[in-house]
Design a protein. Structure first.
Length: 195
């Protein structure tokens, strides 16, 4: 039970501390690009992909045109679109590849990563720093030093802190977008016609 409590505390601490890394100018740019885009594409691998899919659904609820890269109904990306690419390390091949294609087609590239200096970060038109333990951190030369000093982020499964913080961050972005585009409120369920 103690390990579970410590793990929950580590995840919540990461989410709470993420706020200090948020930059208002970058967030405004991130949101404005989304608002101005004809279509918003989202991509992420593994659990980052699940966060991306949840974000796409919330964008759709706001009345925006959103697609998940790789789904059968996703159209081609164009210059008046944007892609939101999610990768903690910023080096996930499939995500970097999707961002490269989007960039080549003239689309804006929005990135959520723990490593803005990464390949994905360098491709971005706008990035948001989301701190969290990623696969890259295990190979980081300071990993052992952090462990010795008692920074036991390893109590959470690899990537969990990044993915959950990303999910919370994207939900907060949706809340802000909702205030910026009030004419595109959540889609109401259509009544079922009676027979």
């Amino acid at each position: 039970m103690e390990i579970m409590k410590s793990s929950i505390r580590a995840i919540l601490d990461n989410i709470e501390s993420a706020e200090e890394f948020l930059d208002r100018k970058s967030l405004d740019e991130f949101e404005n690009i989304i608002i101005k885009s004809e279509n918003i594409f989202v991509t992420g691998a593994g659990r980052s992909g699940l966060a991306a899919k949840a974000f796409a659904m919330r964008l759709m609820h706001l009345g925006l045109s959103a697609y998940v890269v790789g789904e059968t109904i996703s159209p081609a990306i164009h210059s008046d679109d944007c892609i939101v690419a999610i990768s903690g390390s910023g080096e996930t091949n499939t995500i970097v590849s999707a961002a490269n294609i989007a960039k080549d087609r003239g689309s804006k590239v929005l990135v959520l990563t723990s490593y803005p200096e990464s390949t994905l970060g360098q491709l971005s038109d706008c990035y948001v720093l989301v701190k969290g333990r990623t696969k890259k951190e295990v190979d980081d030369e300071n990993y052992m030093k952090r462990q010795i000093h008692g920074n036991y982020t390893s109590l959470t499964p690899l990537g969990t802190a990044f993915e959950l913080t990303t999910l919370v961050f994207l939900d907060a972005i949706v809340s802000e977008l909702k205030t910026k585009i009030p004419q595109k409120d959540e889609i109401q369920a259509k009544p079922v016609p009676s027979e």
